[in-house]
Write a protein that binds this ligand. Structure first.
Ligand SMILES: [Zn+2]
Length: 488
């Protein structure tokens, strides 16, 4: 398996630290608002990466934090006349719920910054003792960037370039404009905790380093996040961890590309800013995932409502093919053509091999999906050519393979086996005099009556049957393997 390491700018053969096991960390949200679809892209991408690692046989331990103390949360709380803890609790819960709605697996560990103050203070003390950090007179503690010779390696920046434009803001007590806060002295009305440097709260970069060390152990195999986090957040996380423990921090750094809406950067002022909750109100998580996975996770992703509709349609088409394959298997009649069946089996094997090769090549979900879109086309051709003489094994293997590939990507096919409504019994009684209580049998009788009417060129009766079904929200689908009644 090859993974692009954004630290080395190269695709590298992935070799976990401990054989068969992967420890990965993905920075979570700051919980002051609903997450937007750009954030969602990052979380869905890493969910798929995690799922593929699991499918490839690795035992994956996945940790993700909730930043539940931060300036943004404090500001929001002040605006709304609530406590920061109330705001953080509300949006932590909403984040967890919306991630589940998007079919993103829960992390194995979900530490919260406010519950990790002790380990953070411990790390800061270690950094001060090692000469990597200093406490200022005002109660702030800063990391001394120049004390870390490897600073800049994660994001590919040079210290000299960073100096351009670096300033010490009013109220900061840094010795060097490059330094960043590990601990911030308490201001009136803000949440704070006791520390050796007085009441205060941790800086944002501090929590991830401490949590990675505590829950996964350093170094870890994969550290991920949105590309906007590479600098300064990931650079600073790495600097703290490597200087505190001298064990390395993360072997592979992975960053997701940005999300555009109709080709433009998403922003509230442009009116093209959408939360995940808004998108999932009227669209399926499966369609959103399918849309996102058709672009490689490192490339810019263009979101549009048209593309989302297109993904819904693709999903329905795939689900329809899987359903038709399964239905054809249960209604197979006559001797199957061995050559056609062998063709479908080899098409399935080709798609499966291509899917695996793409996923092993830096999680190329776009290529992996393309292989299965191709298979869906081939399966439809097979069903047309085979008619009712479907090879049960070949059709089953193909259906299972399509559904299985999508399941690995966390794309749930729409419910396709919805039972026919009981009301169909009444229609069958009126149309064909069927008085039993088996809905499927009633459907068979209605279809037989329609076939008879058509054979007799009694179009009025055939149309009447169609219209009665339509009034119930049902339709007749004629496939090569025969006709059936389905939800319209
Ligand atoms: Zn982080």
């Amino acid at each position: 398996m090859k993974i692009y390491n954004s630290k080395t700018h190269k695709k590298e053969e992935f070799r976990p630290i401990e054989e068969g096991k992967v420890r990965m960390y993905v920075c979570g949200p700051t919980v002051y608002d609903n997450i937007h679809i750009g954030n969602a892209r990052t979380f869905i991408s890493f969910d798929v990466i995690r799922r593929w690692l699991v499918a490839a046989g690795y035992e994956v331990t996945f940790a993700q934090n909730l930043t539940d103390v931060d300036d943004k949360i404090i500001n929001r709380a002040n605006e709304q006349g609530r406590t920061a803890a109330e705001v953080a609790e509300e949006f932590s819960r909403k984040f967890i719920d919306i991630m589940r709605a998007a079919n993103v697996m829960d992390p194995d560990v979900r530490p919260r910054a406010t519950k990790e103050i002790g380990p953070m203070i411990g790390m800061i003390k270690t950094l001060i003792e090692g000469g990597y950090a200093y406490a200022a007179d005002n109660g702030d503690v800063y990391f001394s960037v120049r004390s870390d010779p490897s600073y800049g390696e994660v994001s590919g920046r040079k210290i000299d370039d960073l100096m351009v434009g670096a300033r010490i803001a009013a109220g900061e007590a840094k010795r060097d404009p490059l330094d960043f806060a590990l601990w911030k002295a308490a201001k009136p009305g803000e949440p704070s905790w006791p520390s050796p440097w007085g009441q205060g709260r941790p800086g944002w970069h501090t929590e991830c380093a401490a949590m990675v060390h505590r829950y996964l152990g350093t170094p870890i195999d994969i550290h991920g996040g949105g590309s906007d986090l590479a600098f300064p957040h990931h650079e600073n996380e790495c600097a703290q961890a490597t200087c505190a423990w001298h064990e390395g921090f993360a072997n592979t750094w992975m960053h997701t590309g940005m999300l555009l809406v109709d080709g433009e950067k998403m922003s509230k002022s442009l009116g093209n800013f959408f939360t995940l909750e808004e998108v999932l109100r009227d669209h399926s998580a499966a369609a959103l995932r399918l849309l996102m996975l058709q672009t490689h996770y490192r490339s810019p992703l263009d979101f549009s409502w048209e593309r989302l509709e297109g993904a819904e349609n693709s999903l329905a088409r795939i689900a329809g093919t899987v359903k038709n394959l399964k239905w054809a298997v249960t209604h197979a009649e006559g001797a199957a053509d061995a050559e056609l069946a062998a063709g479908l089996v080899s098409a399935t094997e080709r798609a499966s091999a291509e899917f695996e090769a793409c996923m092993n090549d830096d999680f190329n979900t776009a290529g992996a999906l393309a292989a299965y879109f191709q298979l869906v086309t081939e399966a439809n051709t097979y069903l047309d050519q085979a008619g009712s003489a479907v090879d049960e094994e070949a059709a089953t293997v193909c259906a299972v393979s399509i559904a299985g590939a999508l399941a690995i990507l966390g794309v749930k096919l729409p419910e396709i086996e919805e039972p026919l409504p009981v009301g169909l019994l009444g229609v069958a009684a009126g149309l064909v005099g069927y008085t039993g209580d088996d809905v499927d049998e009633a459907a068979e009788k209605i279809l037989a009556a329609r076939a008879e009417a058509r054979a007799a060129k009694d179009w009025a009766r055939a149309d009447a049957i169609r219209d009665q079904l339509r009034d119930m929200g049902l339709a007749i689908e004629d496939t090569a393997a025969g006709s059936r009644i389905k939800h319209a």
